[in-house]
Design a protein around this ligand. Structure first.
Ligand SMILES: Nc1ncnc2c1ncn2[C@@H]1O[C@H](COP(=O)(O)OP(=O)(O)O)[C@@H](O)[C@H]1O
Ligand SMILES: [Mg+2]
Length: 389
């Protein structure tokens, strides 16, 4: 709820248009501090009759205790001295009384910034949310399985998580989680150039079991061609300000969209199987990523169906890839049967060896890598799985 600190009883009516209904007016300075301590308020708008010194000292104090709080100052006249003093004390914006559009723009900007700052605190790491792209140069190797299960598990730990289906033609993220998307990534095209958090929210589908947000691929494959790679770039830049983790599922080739995602990723997770042609293609794809300057330390190889009896071993794959395999996921009938039932295996059968392996990858290669404290790795009590932070 927004706090309006103003001495004039008519103020909430006067600024009501810009402030919105979710506002409470407070008259005394002491009450403002108290309200901030007691409730979760994203914004204080300070009226023109409150002395500049009083307004600045509130901003200065709260800047330390509550850095995510926005403070907007209304003045009858905005001059350089007022502006300088206000901004120095931590006021986000100074708006002239009467300019309702400027006030509502300032409020919108401030609420967005607050949402971003609060979102970040979930990641446990520093700065922005982390983008993780799951890729392989071949279809049917387990990208979608890995991406959906990693994402649902991360969401179930309480981290704000978004899963994006970049397999624009044949994406199956939504169906494998039994989600019914009202919107999809194709709806972002019209927002190109001015995509903001609200725009991202408007295309997201919520997976209720885990709290995961997902952005589905277009239901019509014909729409895929109309989604420019620039939209993906814009989406990832906005989304990483909103979520602790953004997981990207991909088609089995290095499309412009995939390259864009890899370029913006903090981690690229490459899925290999015990299959020589697939390994060869993965090596070729890695070379391409190398030439594009993708960093090696942001790369992890996961071997899926690692126990398949096909006369090839993990060591052979490492030799062919010239790269260490960091994690292995065994084969299990539970995987296709969970997909057919539309449930995430990590939530539905947390004790299955595949779930244990995927949780371990999420804990080790994602959560701990990006600075989260993880209790006892994947072995901790399964009862904690669904609990929110
Ligand atoms: N570890 C596994 N054990 C058994 N089946 C698996 C495993 N990983 C994936 N599968 C199955 O293989 C098929 C392809 O997996 P998917 O994740 O859709 O691959 P991709 O996204 O790379 O095309 C699916 O039917 C899936 O259920
Ligand atoms: Mg897939």
């Amino acid at each position: 709820m927004t706090i309006l600190w103003d001495l004039d009883p008519r103020a909430s009516h006067a600024y009501g248009f810009a402030l919105g209904p979710d506002t409470v007016q407070i008259f005394a300075a002491g009450q403002v501090g108290k309200a901030l301590q007691e409730g979760n308020h994203p914004l204080v708008v300070i009226g023109p009759d409150i002395a500049l010194e009083a307004a600045c000292s509130l901003a200065e104090l709260e800047r330390i205790d509550r850095p995510e709080l926005g403070v907007i100052l209304l003045r009858h006249r905005v001059d350089v001295t007022t502006l300088a003093q206000a901004l120095r004390s931590g006021v986000r914006e100074v708006v002239q009384v009467g300019d309702q559009t400027a006030l509502s723009d300032a409020i919108k900007r401030s609420l967005e910034l607050t949402a971003q700052l609060s979102g970040h605190s979930h990641s446990g790491g520093s700065g922005e949310g982390k983008v993780i792209t799951v890729f392989s140069a071949k279809g049917g190797v387990g990208k979608t399985t890995l991406a959906t299960n990693l994402a649902t598990y991360l969401a179930s730990t309480g981290a704000q998580t978004l899963l994006i289906d970049l397999d624009l033609m044949f994406g199956d993220v939504a169906i494998s989680l039994q989600a019914v998307p009202a919107h999809d990534i194709g709806d972002l095209v019209s927002m190109r150039g001015h995509l903001d958090e609200q725009g991202v929210h408007s295309v997201v589908t919520r997976h209720e079991d885990s709290g995961l947000d997902l952005i589905a691929a277009p239901s019509d494959p014909g729409v895929a061609d109309r989604v420019p790679a620039a939209v993906v770039e814009e989406l990832l830049r906005v989304a990483r300000g909103m979520y602790a983790y953004v997981i990207v599922d991909t088609p089995p080739n290095l499309t412009e969209h995939v390259l864009t995602a890899c370029d913006l990723s903090d981690l690229t997770m490459l899925v290999a199987t015990l299959d020589i042609p697939a390994v060869k293609n993965l090596r070729v794809a890695m070379n391409t990523l190398d030439t594009l300057g993708a960093s090696n330390d942001g790369r992890v190889i996961v071997l899926n169906r690692s126990d398949a009896k096909v006369g090839l071993k993990a060591d052979d794959v490492e030799v062919a890839l010239k790269y260490e395999i960091r994690a292995q996921v065994p084969s299990s009938q539970s995987v296709p049967s969970s997909v057919n039932r539309g449930v995430a295996l990590v939530l539905d059968e947390p004790r299955s060896p595949v779930s244990v392996a995927i949780r371990d990858i999420a804990d080790r290669e994602i959560r701990m890598r990006f600075g989260e404290q993880v209790e006892n790795g994947a072995k901790r009590g399964l009862g904690l799985l669904r609990s929110k932070k």
